[in-house]
Design a protein around this ligand. Structure first.
Ligand code: SAM
Length: 392
């Protein structure tokens, strides 16, 4: 495999994050050549894939296309895959995981094609070397992805392995933490870049605050983990990897922040977890943590951004209490955050109506499989304040 050969790269992401992933790719100088639900297609080499794994905040996986072919049966699938020079990509002592997404009339589950792909790969390596890699569900080593739709199939090398949203800093989870890639997308949606104050009441385990700090420092999300799928293939070159990291790290802002990141929660254990997670992520010194009711959070004078992610109560009986909390959130935004731009992430429309402010924008996100809205509020100073319209 030629690590400089430019091919299609499919970058996958969570639902609702495509727009932000596309912006990240363009910001890194990659052209967008297509997109699907939950993925964006760009062009580049295996070396580019390493860089993308290091830099991207909103992506799940970076998949490097090995081959696209016409495929009408599992026999044809085996033949096409078996023809690829896998002995140049995967060493026999490695471990292989095959993931498939199949939507074709002749096959009704993805287990069988995964098995066929695995057989085609390990049979080829055995024939060429006399031994074969182990295989199974562990995504920590070599991962290969198959997409098979109707009569076309695509086989990719998954250069990420475990999803990039697993950044490795969340050693102390708390209740209902946001996935790191979702938190990054939300912060990107607010337009935050470190040149504004950002206030994060109800911060829980600190994901929004940590992603804010990483963005403010321009610290690559991938710098927090050491394992990636690309490290397990034969063509991996440690020297090139070091060069990529060194060149990206040159753009990290290390001289502290001009503006403040304030993160609070009423729960002492949440703040303890958030602090530890921030320490693991190397950004603890940039975040001012405090244990307090959200309404007592310090909001610096002037303009800034405030982001809140309250619970949205899927259990009956919680709603009445939460209605009061959402009304209090509205009061806090109106009274204490005038001059700021406010954001509220919630999965409950009825509750968001209790905030009593008219949102100027609603952005769709998914927290797991729960449809959520990030509501934007322009919190004008004094008389320009927008009052309750009866809707959120
Ligand atoms: C949905 S969780 C936030 C999760 C967070 N975004 C994360 O990624 O970990 C809501 C948080 O609000 C906090 N909370 C609930 N009521 C509060 C209040 N009155 N004042 C401050 N924090 C509160 C809870 O302790 C909880 O940590």
């Amino acid at each position: 495999m030629d690590i400089k050969e430019r091919k299609n790269i499919l970058v996958t992401c969570g639902p609702g994050l495509k727009e932000y992933l596309q912006a990240e790719l363009e910001g890194l100088g990659f052209e967008i050549v297509g997109s699907h639900v939950g993925s964006v297609v760009t062009r580049g080499s295996f070396i580019d894939c390493m860089k993308l794994n290091f830099c991207l905040r909103t992506a799940y996986n970076v998949l490097y296309l090995l081959k696209e072919f016409r495929c009408g049966s599992s026999e044809s699938l085996y033949k096409h895959i078996n023809k690829l020079p896998w002995e140049n990509i995967i060493a026999p002592e490695e471990y292989l995981c095959v993931l498939s997404r199949v939507d074709t009339w002749s096959i009704n589950n993805s287990m069988y094609p995964s098995l066929k792909v695995k057989d085609a790969i390990v049979d080829r390596i055995y024939k060429k070397t006399g031994s074969r890699p182990d295989s199974g569900p562990d995504r920590n080593k070599v991962v290969v992805n198959l997409f098979w739709k109707d009569h076309r199939a695509w086989i990719y090398l998954n250069t990420s392995g475990v999803k990039l949203s697993d950044r490795n800093y969340r050693k102390m989870p708390h209740k209902a933490p946001l996935r790191e890639s979702l938190a990054a997308g939300i912060i990107m949606a607010t337009g935050y870049d470190g040149s504004q104050d950002i206030v994060l009441p109800m911060c829980g385990s600190g994901t929004l605050a940590i992603e804010s700090a990483l963005i403010a420092m321009n610290k690559p999300a991938g710098s927090l983990r050491s394992n990636f799928g690309f490290k397990h293939v034969k063509v991996f070159d440690e020297r090139i990897w070091r060069e990529i990291r060194n060149s990206v790290r040159k753009t990290i802002r290390r001289d502290g922040l001009q503006k403040r990141i304030i993160a609070t929660d009423i729960d002492e254990q949440a703040i303890e977890a958030a602090r530890q997670n921030a320490r693991t992520a190397g950004v603890e010194h940039l975040i001012e943590f405090d244990v307090c009711d959200f309404a007592d959070t310090e909001v610096p004078e002037g303009e800034g951004i405030v982001v809140m992610n309250p619970e949205y109560g899927l259990r009956l009986g919680e709603l009445e209490q939460l209605e009061k909390e959402y009304k209090r959130i509205g009061d806090f935004l109106k009274k204490k955050c005038a001059g700021y731009t406010g954001y509220l992430l919630t999965g409950n429309k009825l509750l968001s109506a209790k905030v009593g402010l008219k949102s100027s924008r609603r952005m769709l996100f998914y927290n797991g499989n729960i449809e959520c809205r990030l509501l934007k509020y322009e919190l004008y100073e004094g008389t320009r304040q927008l009052r309750n319209s009866g809707k959120d």
